[in-house]
Design a protein around this ligand. Structure first.
Ligand SMILES: Nc1ncnc2c1ncn2[C@@H]1O[C@H](COP(=O)(O)OP(=O)(O)O)[C@@H](O)[C@H]1O
Ligand SMILES: [Mg+2]
Length: 241
């Protein structure tokens, strides 16, 4: 049997907050297959973003390990980790993180500056990526001249500049109305069908149908769907306080 694309073992991440220690991830074990579309579900504070950031090499764990395509992330020094982020991972955030003074085209082209891509080539590639996300006619618009859904499409195009295999999205529909959110999930679904591995974090259960599997997180631990549903029901039933 071939090994999974991603293997996560005993993953821990703690943050010191004054005299307290917050255990954002308290021992997570999970495998993610190549070309899968995984949905990481959990209520606010359950450790979803922490898990995604560690997987994307944006931060280092307190303990445990992450293996991606046969490579242990902990064995990578800062430079090698930066190469991993650049070559393998495309990130999409809830708040789009576009540069306000730049047009859609410039936002998508910008990361390619640091890869030594000539200017003309950058523009061509940015335009073709904008076309891929359905925004060819908005290339000259600045973020404030675009709807939330369009801004997130620009962010998706930008995440694709390096043709990364792994797409990580942290609540990508969290700031969008349901129609735009649906469009973004469909776009991520297309990337998955195009051969990429997609991992999306959400606390919206109705997004689960786009994924090939769901991972449920509660208090920094993976739980079964039954345990998760029971906990969510208990939360709903709890009196207001
Ligand atoms: N940089 C940080 N410093 C201190 N505590 C943090 C930090 N990042 C996350 N946490 C804490 O870790 C827990 C999990 O956070 P997070 O992964 O952001 O959850 P989620 O994305 O599921 O809402 C929360 O209790 C949060 O307050
Ligand atoms: Mg989060």
């Amino acid at each position: 049997m071939t090994e999974p694309f991603i293997t996560i073992r005993e993953l821990r991440k703690s943050f010191a907050m004054g005299r307290e220690t917050v255990h954002a991830l308290a021992g997570v074990d999970v495998e993610i297959e190549r070309n899968s579309f995984s949905m990481i579900m959990g209520p606010s504070g359950s450790g979803k973003s922490t898990l995604l950031y560690l997987l994307g090499g944006l931060d280092r764990p307190t303990g445990g390990r992450i293996r991606v395509a046969g490579q242990e992330l902990e064995e990578l020094d800062e430079n090698a980790l930066a190469v991993y982020r650049r070559r393998t991972v495309g990130f999409i955030f809830q708040s789009f993180n576009l540069i306000a003074s730049m047009t859609a085209l410039e936002n998508v082209a910008f990361p390619m500056r640091f890869m030594g891509v000539p200017r003309r080539r950058r523009q061509q590639r940015a335009l073709s990526l904008l076309a891929q996300v359905g925004l060819a006619d908005r290339a000259g618009h600045k973020p404030t001249e675009l709807s939330g859904g369009q801004q997130q499409r620009v962010a998706v195009a930008r995440a694709l500049v390096n043709d990364p295999h792994l797409i990580l999205a942290d609540e990508p529909t969290g700031n969008l109305d349901s129609a735009s959110g649906h469009g973004i999930m469909q776009l991520l679904s297309e990337l998955h069908h195009g051969g990429r591995t997609v991992v999306v974090v959400t606390h919206e259960p109705r997004m689960a149908r786009f994924a090939t599997r769901a991972v449920h997180l509660l208090d920094g631990r993976i739980v079964t769907e039954a345990e998760y549903n029971a906990a969510m029901l208990a939360l709903d039933a709890a009196p207001e306080h």
